[in-house]
Design a protein around this ligand. Structure first.
Ligand code: GLN
Length: 304
C-alpha cells in the first residue's frame, strides 16, 4: 500500500480510539494548546512528503530538541562527550533526580532532562553563539527560515521550572556543569521552545535516516558510526521509562516531547512525525504512539 493510503487509514482508525491522555499541565503555555490537534507527516528517503490532519501547524518540540543538541555536540567533540553523560537507558521519568546521587552527577543519557542540561552546558562551551547556531542549524535541516523560539514558552518554563533548577544545581554540585545554572537553563528553555510542524520535524530528522548526511545539501554532518549511535540512543532512551514498550510495539528509534510531538526514524526508508498534545502517564503522546504502532504493523516493516 502507498504511504498516503496508509496514513489516511491509520488517522481514521486512531481517531476512533478513546484518547485517555492529558496535556502537560506543568508548563502553562503548553497546556493552552488545543488537545484535539492531531497531525502526521512522513518523509520518504527521496524527500517526498505525505501528510494527514494538522501536519502543517507549529507546536513546541520540547524534548525532541535534545536529539539535535546532542548530535551537534557529538559532531563537535566526538566520544569525549561520554565523559560528561552516559549512554544507558534510565528506566526513570524524564525529570528524575534519583540516579544522579549514585552516579556522581553523570546523567544516565542525554535525553533525560539531567543529561540535556549537561549537553546545554557543553553547547555554551563549544559554540560562540549557541542559540543562534542551533536555530540556524534547525532552519537548514528543515529548509524553513521561519522556525523560531517561542518567547512565551521560554517565560512559562523559566517561571515554573523548579525541578530543572534543582537538577542543574545538583549536577553542578558534582562539578559536571561549568556555567552558571541560570545561563544553562536559559539555553535549555530556548531549545525546548523551538516550534515546528510535523512536516518540518520529519524533514529535520532525515539526517538520521540518511547515515548522517543532510540530504538537502549532501553535507556529511555525522559520521555513519555517529549516526548509528544517535539512532541507538533514541531507541534506548527516546521515550524515557517507556522506551522498552515503544521498541516492543513500534520497533523504530525515535523521540518524544511534552508538547505532544513524536518523531521516529526508519533508517534508509523514512522519517515520520506525529503531533497530538495529550500525553500518557509516561509523558509521551497517546495518539502519537497509537499512530506509530499502526504504521509499522500495517507496513510490516521496522528495524527488527
Ligand atoms: N521543557 C521540558 C522540561 O524540561 C521538556 C520535557 C519533555 O519534553 N519531556 O520539563
Amino acid at each position: 500500500m502507498a504511504f498516503q493510503d496508509i496514513l489516511d487509514s491509520i488517522y481514521t482508525e486512531v481517531l476512533q480510539v478513546e484518547n485517555t491522555g492529558k496535556k502537560a499541565d506543568y508548563i502553562p503555555e503548553i497546556e493552552k494548546v488545543d488537545g484535539d490537534k492531531y497531525g502526521i507527516a512522513l518523509v520518504d528517503i527521496n524527500q517526498k512528503v505525505f501528510t494527514k490532519g494538522d501536519a502543517n501547524e507549529k507546536f513546541s518540540i520540547q524534548s525532541i530538541s535534545k536529539v539535535i543538541t546532542t548530535s551537534l555536540i557529538f559532531s563537535k567533540i566526538g566520544n569525549e562527550l561520554w565523559k560528561r553523560v552516559g549512554k544507558e537507558p534510565s528506566g526513570n521519568a524524564f525529570n528524575s533526580l534519583i540516579q544522579l546521587e549514585f552516579e556522581k552527577g553523570i546523567p544516565r543519557n542525554p535525553f533525560i532532562n539531567a543529561g540535556a542540561l549537561v549537553i546545554a552546558d557543553l553547547m555554551l562551551e563549544h559554540f560562540e553563539n549557541p542559540k543562534e547556531y542551533l536555530l540556524n542549524f534547525v532552519r537548514e535541516l528543515t529548509e524553513n527560515p521561519t522556525i523560531n523560539y517561542n518567547q512565551n514558552v521560554i517565560q512559562s518554563e523559566t517561571e515554573n521550572g523548579y525541578r530543572n533548577a534543582a537538577l542543574v544545581n545538583f549536577i553542578k554540585s558534582f562539578d559536571n556543569i561549568k556555567h552558571q545554572p541560570e545561563e544553562v537553563l536559559d539555553f535549555y528553555y530556548h531549545q525546548c521552545s523551538i516550534e515546528m510542524t510535523c512536516v518540518d520535524l520529519a524533514k529535520c530528522f532525515q539526517v538520521f535516516a540518511n547515515n548522517g548526511v543532510i540530504p538537502q545539501s549532501n553535507k556529511q554532518f555525522l559520521t555513519s558510526s555517529q549516526c548509528k549511535r544517535m539512532n541507538a540512543l533514541m531507541q534506548m532512551c527516546g521515550f524515557y521509562d517507556q522506551a522498552g514498550e515503544f521498541t516492543f510495539k513500534v520497533g523504530l528509534p525515535g523521540k518524544s516531547g511534552v508538547g505532544g510531538g513524536v518523531v521516529a526514524i526508519f533508517p534508509n526508508h523514512y522519517t515520520v512525525a506525529v503531533w497530538s498534545p495529550k500525553l500518557n502517564k509516561k509523558g509521551n503522546s497517546f495518539y502519537g504512539l497509537e499512530t506509530l504502532e499502526r504504521l509499522t504493523t500495517e507496513t510490516e516493516a521496522s528495524i527488527f
